[in-house]
Design a protein around this ligand. Structure first.
Ligand code: PLP
Length: 383
């Protein structure tokens, strides 16, 4: 079954819900057991307590498990909690973990504060390192954490090469797969053990809920479930429902995001004051070959580097955009634009070029309207 079909047919359960097309939202803390025997042996219901699951959460878990070809899934209340629980399922006091230098900034902050306080040492590595990751491995290395493409700069990592080295050393591997969004990158086919995704972005897709999902292979899923259960990190049923609803149109929306983003990125490449377009779907972009080899498609999120400009020029552009709004997050139906600062500890000169970086989330609007909006904005900025 292809993803468009899977995303429509998995996690519905209509035969158990009076023919209702959609999975109902189960609001419950308490599950009742009619008899002592049912309480003892779970004969009357597979559920135990609201925190550990309801038919609504099971439906989303099954759908995400099917889309990512995983062994199982847990749901968390945000993308960041999916990332932190994924890391905590492996990292123990005394461990050393390797983290891509291009990770989402709050992931980095977690590694540098909470993990450090727990006695876990996070070492950052060049996301372009590939098989040379072997040079950083120590006897106590337990995890290689990846994010591909990386936040803001969109470096594509050689995931199969990293996973091959990890397997030789019996080290777990994890990815923040938010850009790949369960559809465009299949983590377990490329050798990863754990995948964390901010469902907040494309899966929910309408900028109206925060949610995270973690999937894992058969050898790793129980460790993920265990820490998830212990920490009591569960998501609200209405938000899970919004993710199930978003999922039905996910492959279809992603196709449109990709087509429009590619057209806009190509238009941007032709402008004299655009120094770089950081988008691996572009044929001449850094990482294009790996992207082509490993990904099924692209998200509508990329960055550009412009010739330097003043804060006043930038404000003249961004304050009066017609269709692009300013806001963090991405993956919704609406286009967004934000200036971004790139902080790298490894090879900082790769991006420390004095240019003005902007990150664009290409929404579902018409491509020509978006190009006209950017063109007017650049003119206001004096480009
Ligand atoms: C947004 C984002 C997250 C965090 O998701 P939230 O739901 O906002 O907590 C994690 N990783 C990446 C790459 C993101 O873009």
């Amino acid at each position: 079954m292809k993803d468009e079909t899977k995303s429509i047919s998995v996690g519905r359960g209509d035969s158990q819900h009076y023919g209702s097309v959609n999975m109902p939202v189960y609001h419950t803390s308490t599950i009742l057991f009619p008899r002592l025997q049912d309480l003892r042996n779970r004969a009357s219901t597979p559920y135990r307590y609201g925190r550990s699951g309801t038919p609504t959460s099971t439906a989303l878990e099954e759908a995400i498990t099917a889309l990512e070809n995983a062994a199982g899934c847990v749901i968390t209340p945000s993308g960041l909690s999916a990332v932190t629980i994924a890391i905590l399922s492996v990292a123990k006091s005394g461990d050393h973990i390797l983290v891509a230098d291009s990770v989402y900034t709050p992931t980095r902050r977690f590694c540098d504060t909470t993990l450090r306080q727990m006695g876990v040492e996070a070492q950052y590595y060049d996301p372009l390192i590939g098989a040379d990751i072997a040079t950083h491995i120590r006897p106590n290395t337990s995890l290689i954490f990846t994010e591909s493409p990386g936040s803001h700069t969109f470096e594509v990592q050689d995931i199969p090469a990293l996973c091959a080295v990890a397997k030789q050393h019996n080290i777990k591997t994890a990815i923040d797969n938010t850009w790949g969004s369960c559809i465009n990158f299949k983590p377990f086919a490329h050798g990863l053990d754990i995948s964390a995704t901010a469902a907040t972005k494309y899966i929910v897709g309408h900028s109206d809920a925060l949610l995270g999902v973690i999937t894992a292979n058969a050898e790793t899923i129980e460790a993920v479930r265990d820490i998830h259960r212990q920490l009591g990190i569960c998501a609200a049923p209405d938000d899970i429902y919004l993710a199930l609803r978003g999922l039905r149109t996910l492959p279809t929306r992603l196709e449109k995001h990709e087509t429009t983003a590619l057209a806009i990125a190509q238009w941007l490449q032709g402008l004299s004051f655009v120094r770089r377009v950081l988008f691996p779907a572009l044929p001449d972009a850094q990482g294009h070959d790996l992207w082509k080899r490993d990904f099924e498609g692209a998200a509508g999120l990329f960055s550009i580097e412009l010739d330097p400009c003043t804060e006043a020029q930038l404000a003249a552009m961004l304050d009066d955009m017609a269709h692009f709004s300013m806001g963090y997050s991405w993956g919704g139906y609406e286009s967004l634009i934000v200036p971004c600062a790139i902080n790298r500890s490894i090879n900082p000169d790769r991006f420390d070029t004095g240019g003005q970086y902007l990150r664009l989330n290409i929404g579902l609007e018409n491509k020509d309207d978006l190009i006209a909006d950017l063109q007017d904005g650049f003119a206001r900025a004096g480009y």
